[in-house]
Design a protein around this ligand. Sequence first.
Ligand code: NA7
Length: 551
Amino acid sequence: MTEANPTPYGSTEHYDVVVIGAGVSGMYALHHLREMGLSVRVYDGATDVGGTWWYNRYPGARVDGPGSPFYCYTFSEELMNEWDWAETQSEQSAVLAYLEHVADRFDLRRDIQFETWVQDARYDEAAQRWTVETSTGIRASAQFLICAVGALSTANLPDIPGIHDFEGDCHHTGRWPHEPVRFEGKGVAVIGTGSSGIQSIPEIAKSAEHLTVFQRTAQYSFPARNRAITPEEMAKARAEWDSFRAKMLANVGGFPYDMQPRSALDATPEEREAHYEKLWQRGGFRFFLDLYSDIAISEEANRSLADFVRGKIREIVRDPETARKLMPDHFVMTKRPILDDGYFETYNRDNVTLVDLREDPIERFTRKSVVTRSGEHPIDMLVLATGFDAISGTMLRLDPRGRGGLSLKDRWADRFHSYLGITIAGFPNLFMIHGPGSPGVFYNMPLGAERQMSWIGDCMRHVRENQLGSVEPTRESEEAWAAEVAALAGATLFPRTDSWWTGANVEGKPRYFCAYLGGSIYYQRIADVAAQDYAGFAFEPAHDTEGAQAS
Ligand code: NA7
């Protein structure tokens, strides 16, 4: 292993790699890089591991992806064998407990500095190294910088007149307090009906005196039907782990399932209805995987599912006026699909009111109320389920400085330029996990982190073993990559809806769909790039071979 050189406060610590973020991606990056024999330091602002699972402690927070036991790391069969998942849609505390176990088992914490924000990251062209400075006064230098900063980590806080005057407690779902929040006897307002709002609203309604939901966009939501995982299911997942993992690697989204090859338009309306009904009754994330192949592609296919869900909302919600307000009108699936536990049923409670902000927008806050065009809504507590400056937001907040002091904010002013969703021209030796231009949130995220990190590790090895000093994509390869990302997205309905996937939820953000659709194809693409001597990248020789090798 290369020697790390930690030095006292005020001077510079030297590592091979600095990783920003100790969530799912950063934790795996640390493990992988250590296995490669590199010295690594990880910085994270939280007090412990977990990233998004450390922060998002709001009531009702659960896995809304493929579901346990397949939302987990796959690199260690022993880890799979020793960890029991209790439910199909694991709650936040269960996922966090798993990540804490991973940190213990692989002794990760000794190389992680918690409660430490990286405030400055600069590339030194002469030294071919990154220097970071932290909120705790640490300065560290490393040959490589890995940004494992999370796709959903910078809160999107609404800028509504008077919001800072509100005197009651105010919590963003992604910054939820660690001590219990009590809703009993309180008038609570929730702003936002994305996944976080829709997971938390039924839970808050159970104990709040009154809950007022402020909805900007009505949503399609599907039953999670969370249930216990049986010992037999866990045993099967373990016994057949190799074949499950092989399926995950081959599947477009990284899940151990076969995709439905049939077009919705090849089925009769009756067949479609029966198929949707069967999936609705079974629930869970597999609803989306077992749909027809063209739901996100063909307007007609899409309409068939949208009509089905709208029919369900009408059936569930007793008050026709509330049901009308809850009717979504965008293409179904083109905002992040949501799994809920009794969301629409919650509007049948006497203590819940829905305000449709399209008809009745918020004008301002007072010390004790929300004022909409139609009048005043007195509240004691405000819950902001308003989402995140997703995918690119945290990189922009970090604003690393590349060659010649180039600011990422400037480089990304018009688009989130990247090559392979991993590297950025002008920012040598910097790698992103789940960055814009990668499959990111369109892929099983722990597995995606493993696969991207494995590619990044190989690229670092290539640099070091060939006495190179830096690796950086060309702008031409970025342009070609952007065209590939756009062509994949352009064949779908996704770019046609305002969502955090298209950046439309944050004012002033470039509006375009920046995830690489195509999952497993992506991993073949990046493997091919490596096999073709890292086609599309420019390498510099090491200015100081010894320094680059031994850090
Ligand atoms: P989302 O999915 O971005 O949802 C945020 C919600 O907040 C959504 O309904 C927004 O409406 C609404 N919103 C945002 N800003 C405002 C303002 N200013 N006024 C009113 N309403 C607003 O974030 P989540 O945290 O729910 O989910 C993020 C991901 O985490 C989720 O997809 C899972 O993958 C896990 P909009 O739809 O933009 O009109």
